[in-house]
Design a protein around this ligand. Structure first.
Ligand code: GLY
Length: 266
């Protein structure tokens, strides 16, 4: 599949699940002093998530242009050193504003990757928030229970607050998350070392492709967590990473997202 076909497949899938497909918001954020550049698909929905505005639809989906070069989500030090980080990238996302929650978000993610794109589930690993006592948060057993419908225990991995509690910035909407990682190593390497032991270990062929955030709180400036008026699903999938997986490439830069421009410049 070409990159354009992959993006369209994502939008079609979520349109079929009743989502309104919306355009990418501008990358320069004009009306939020806590953020300079759009760093995630959810930024344009911040006021909706906090309950200060009504959504156009309770289900929305898009491909958002993001820039992660500063602030809480800063990839600048990784760019140029590995095959899967970028300054600017596209994030495929689906949102539920007080409509569906964990069960459906997990089902949709599995159905899209495995059912629609044909990715082998034996190459997928999912992570679950292990809890964080200082914030009074327990392990996300609910998400783990839904993943168990699709994966054996050894493919469901506990993750810490750094990897599995997503926050937009120092303040703002946040919540536990489940990441989906893919193992694209050759079979002989998979036989020697389990993929589970390499998740979140900076291995270039075992990478996160999709993050499902279960937004339940607002982080206030004093560090406290206040429940949101509605539970929100906020997902973000690395479009260029998905293209590399689908096109059988080891590097995002070898996909048709980058190659035509690189050839022309060359
Ligand atoms: N908002 C979800 C993510 O950026 O991973």
């Amino acid at each position: 599949m070409t990159a354009n076909e992959i993006r369209e497949a994502f939008k079609s899938f979520f349109r079929e699940q009743g989502h309104l497909i919306v355009p990418s918001a501008p990358m320069v954020v004009k009306d939020d002093p806590t953020l300079m550049f759009t760093n995630a698909g959810m930024n344009q929905f911040k006021d909706v998530i906090l309950g200060n505005a009504e959504p156009k639809s309770r289900r929305q989906s898009d491909s958002q242009k993001c820039l992660r070069v500063s602030g809480k989500h800063n990839d600048l030090e990784e760019v140029g050193h590995d095959t899967y980080h970028h300054t600017m990238f596209e994030m495929l996302g689906n949102w539920s504003f007080g409509d569906y929650f964990k069960k459906e978000a997990i089902t949709y993610a599995y159905e899209f990757l495995v059912g629609r794109l044909g990715i082998d589930p034996r190459n997928l690993y999912v992570t679950v928030f292990e809890g964080y006592a200082a914030d009074g948060l327990a392990r996300d057993d609910e998400a783990a229970g839904y993943w168990e419908q699709y994966f054996p225990q050894e493919h469901i991995i506990n993750g810490n607050r750094h990897d599995n509690f997503w926050e937009m910035g120092d303040t703002g909407p946040c919540g536990p998350c489940s990441e989906i990682h893919i193992d694209i190593r050759p079979d002989e390497e998979k036989a020697k070392v389990s993929g589970a032991s390499l998740v979140n270990k900076d291995h270039p062929q075992i990478i996160e492709i999709w993050n499902l955030v279960f937004m339940q709180y607002e982080r206030r400036a004093d560090g406290s967590l206040v429940p949101l008026p509605n539970k929100v699903i906020d997902t973000g999938m690395g479009f260029e990473r998905l293209c590399a997986v689908m096109q059988g490439k080891r590097s995002n830069y070898d996909t048709d997202v980058f190659q035509p421009s690189m050839r022309k410049i060359g």
